[in-house]
Design a protein around this ligand. Structure first.
Ligand code: HEM
Length: 169
């Protein structure tokens, strides 16, 4: 197969039949001419998520605190009692991290999540605010395991999640 990528070196990766995935489902699109570090990214996300999940309550508390400070207008969209919501958000992230290689399942479930969000009144312009609050909350609880590389990995993943939820990918 001819190499369609700007950097032909990447085609060595794409043509390797031993690889379970060559393009990470949460990575930038191939048609944009960019290729992610595929399996390595999935491994790194899983590893760093352990440090976040170990402080699940602190993570979800921090996330919604930050979200409601950054975007007070979204607070009324959520229930007064946020306990169930915090558990749902965490469960969804756990599921995503466990299913990073299941590209079709991942996309289908995230798209459904995005469609439900239309019903909740979520707007596309609010997704970057959510991404920023999630990254900050992760940084709050992940301790010494958090650094610029970890943040870049999660930014890639969360932006991609938002794109799929919004039907853009
Ligand atoms: C990366 C983006 C986001 C993720 C991963 C996410 C995740 C979730 C999850 C897992 C739920 C539980 C309910 C369900 O599964 O349908 C939920 C509910 C909800 N989300 Fe999001 N969300 C995101 C972005 C947003 C944005 C941008 C808004 C804007 C306001 C928002 C507002 C809400 C609201 C209002 C609910 C429902 C609360 C309720 O009535 O119980 N979300 N979200």
């Amino acid at each position: 197969m001819a190499c369609a990528l700007p950097d032909p070196q990447n085609c060595i990766i794409l043509d390797d039949p031993t690889m379970k995935i060559s393009i990470h489902p949460l990575g930038p699109d191939l048609h944009l001419g960019r290729v992610t570090l595929d399996r390595d990214l999935a491994t790194r996300l899983r590893t760093s998520f352990q440090a976040i999940a170990a402080h699940a309550d602190a993570f979800t508390d921090s996330f919604y605190n930050r979200l409601f400070v950054a975007a007070p207008a979204v607070r009324p969209l959520f229930p007064a009692d946020m306990r169930a919501q915090k558990q749902k958000l965490l469960a969804m992230l756990v599921w995503v991290v466990e299913n990073l290689e299941q590209s079709e399942d991942l996309k289908a479930r995230l798209r459904e999540l995005g469609q439900r969000h239309e019903g909740y009144g979520a707007k596309a312009a609010q997704y970057p605010v959510v991404t920023k609050a999630l990254l900050a909350a992760m940084s709050d609880v992940a301790g010494a395991t958090w650094n610029a590389d970890t943040e870049a990995d999660w930014r890639t993943a969360l932006e991609r999640i938002a794109d799929v939820m919004l039907g853009r990918a």
